[in-house]
Design a protein around this ligand. Structure first.
Ligand code: G
Ligand code: G
Ligand code: NA
Ligand code: MN
Length: 255
């Protein structure tokens, strides 16, 4: 399809750029990390969101190529920030289910960190519930276990929208639950969504996991989340994704 050919071009031509969206401690609005979000530059159309090449994330070769570009730049950015004394906290990177089909996923990521001297504790990997459901569930389990053993944090993204069972929270090494923004956006109006958010926050805390609310756009939502004990948030209220060069400013402005 043309989407695939566009993505192939984007991955090859080095047009992929990580943008960084802050994640904050809701009690203080302090930034404790960032999510790296893929952007790519189209010579014709300018800066593009990942949705324009969504199909590419399901193609193994392209998913790997894009992920390589992202990781190379992210590790470079982290190395530079460490050298400059910029405390960026932890950087979360999204992994698509297709990426778990490559044998060398774990060493590929660990080698990068080791070669650059960036501590594994600085990296978090975000996966959606769908990674647990395919026929490669066992491969995925081994990879997540290996990442976790190495000190990399694992976040379950878009929590509540997939088909995963609560058992997965117990059987996979999950450190962070990200409450999907569809629940957060209706917090001020929908009693059902408020109940779901309350329950997930309670569940996560009881299991000793960090709970991050995604898509926080209003101060009313942020206050509701604080009141129900949700510790962390992410969303336009605190900042949109921005290029690496803006990270220092974001950290300074959040103090
Ligand atoms: O970045 P938003 O700005 O549009 O991201 C849209 C979707 O693309 C989200 O579901 C997000 O998880 C996914 N996404 C963003 N960056 C990456 C990436 O580097 N790799 C993968 N696999 N997915 C990404
Ligand atoms: O699937 P994932 O959670 O990784 O996707 C993150 C997506 O959510 C990205 O497209 C990002 O740009 C978007 N996003 C981040 N914060 C907000 C927000 O406050 N509101 C909305 N509507 N989208 C957001
Ligand atoms: Na994500
Ligand atoms: Mn999400």
């Amino acid at each position: 399809s043309s989407m695939i050919s566009i993505a192939r071009d984007a991955a090859r031509e080095d047009r992929i750029i990580p943008y960084y969206q802050p994640k904050v401690v809701l009690g203080s609005n302090r930034i404790f990390g960032f999510e790296a979000l893929l952007r790519w530059h189209s010579p014709q159309l300018g800066l593009q969101l990942p949705g324009t090449i969504a199909a590419a994330f399901e193609d193994l070769d392209l998913a790997i190529a894009m992920s390589e570009r992202m990781l190379t730049q992210i590790v470079e950015d982290m190395r530079r920030w460490l050298d400059e004394g910029v405390d960026f906290g932890r950087i979360a990177v999204n992994l698509s289910p297709a990426e778990f089909r490559q044998d060398a996923l774990v060493p590929r990521i660990l080698d990068r960190l080791h070669k650059s001297g960036v501590p594994t504790s600085r990296l978090e990997l975000e996966v959606t519930e769908t990674v647990f459901l395919g026929r490669d569930a066992e491969t995925v389990a081994h990879a997540l276990e290996a990442f976790s053993q190495a000190g990399i944090k694992i976040a379950l993204d878009d929590f509540g929208t997939g088909f995963a069972s609560l058992t997965h929270l117990k059987t996979f090494p999950v450190d962070v639950i990200k409450i999907d923004r569809s629940f957060v956006s209706n917090l001020d109006g929908d009693a059902g969504d408020a109940a779901i958010v309350d329950a997930v926050v309670g569940l996560g805390r009881r299991l000793g996991m960090e709970v991050v609310a995604e898509g926080v756009e209003t101060s009313v939502q942020a206050q509701y989340l604080r009141d129900c004990g949700c510790e962390y948030g992410q969303g336009y209220l605190f900042g949109k994704a921005a290029p690496a060069i803006m990270v220092k400013d974001m950290l300074q402005n959040a103090r």
